[in-house]
Design a protein around this ligand. Structure first.
Ligand code: HEC
Length: 148
C-alpha cells in the first residue's frame, strides 16, 4: 500500500515539471550565484598561485573541489526557458549557438575536474599548471557569451 502511494506521489511530482525553478528569475539568480561562488574561490586560488598569499595545498585543493562541482550547476539554469532576458548578462548567442556554448561549458567542467584531481595528488607545480589551463576558460567564454 505504502509503495503505491509513494509511486503516485513521484508521478505527480515529475508530471508537474522537471525544473527546480519556479520562475525564470530564479534560474538567472541561481546561475549567477554559482558563478559568483566560483569567482570567489577562484580569486583566492589565484592569489596563492601569484604568491600574494602563502601556498596551502590543502586549502587550494578544497577550493578546486568546490569549483569543480559548482561548474556543473549553471547548465540547467541556462536551459530554463525565459532566462535569455531580464536581469542577466548572458548574450543571446548562448541560445542561438547552443552547441558552441556547450563546448565551452564542457571544456570548463573538464578542466576544473582535472584541476580538482591534480590538486588532490599534492604536486604544487602540476597544480599551478592545471590552474593556468583552467583560468583560460573564463575569458574565453565571457568574450563570446557574456555582456560586460
Ligand atoms: C561556458 C561559459 C562560461 C565560463 C567558462 C565562465 N563563465 Fe562566468 N559567466 C558566464 C555567463 C553567461 C554569465 C552571465 C550569467 C547571467 O548573468 O545570467 C557569467 C557570469 C559570471 C559572473 C557574474 C555573476 C553575477 O553575480 O552576476 C562572474 C563573477 C563570473 N561569471 C566569473 C567567472 C569565472 C571566474 C570563470 C572562470 C573560472 C567563469 N566565470 C567561467 C559564462 C561563463
Amino acid at each position: 500500500m505504502k509503495k503505491v502511494i509513494l509511486g503516485s506521489v513521484l508521478l505527480v511530482a515529475t508530471g508537474v515539471s522537471a525544473s527546480p525553478f519556479e520562475k525564470p528569475e530564479d534560474a538567472i539568480h541561481y546561475r549567477q550565484s554559482a558563478f559568483s561562488m566560483i569567482a570567489t574561490n577562484f580569486g583566492d586560488m589565484a592569489e596563492m598561485v601569484k604568491g600574494r598569499k602563502d601556498w596551502d595545498q590543502k586549502q587550494f585543493s578544497q577550493r578546486a573541489q568546490f569549483i569543480s562541482q559548482l561548474s556543473l550547476m549553471p547548465e540547467e539554469a541556462f536551459k530554463e526557458p525565459g532566462t535569455e532576458s531580464g536581469d542577466t548578462k548572458a548574450k543571446p548567442e548562448i541560445w542561438s549557438d547552443w552547441d558552441g556554448f556547450a563546448v565551452k561549458l564542457n571544456k570548463f567542467q573538464t578542466d576544473l575536474a582535472q584541476l580538482a584531481t591534480v590538486s588532490l595528488e599534492g604536486d604544487e607545480r602540476a597544480t599551478k599548471r592545471a590552474f593556468g589551463v583552467a583560468a583560460k576558460n573564463c575569458k574565453s567564454c565571457h568574450s563570446d557569451y557574456k555582456f560586460h
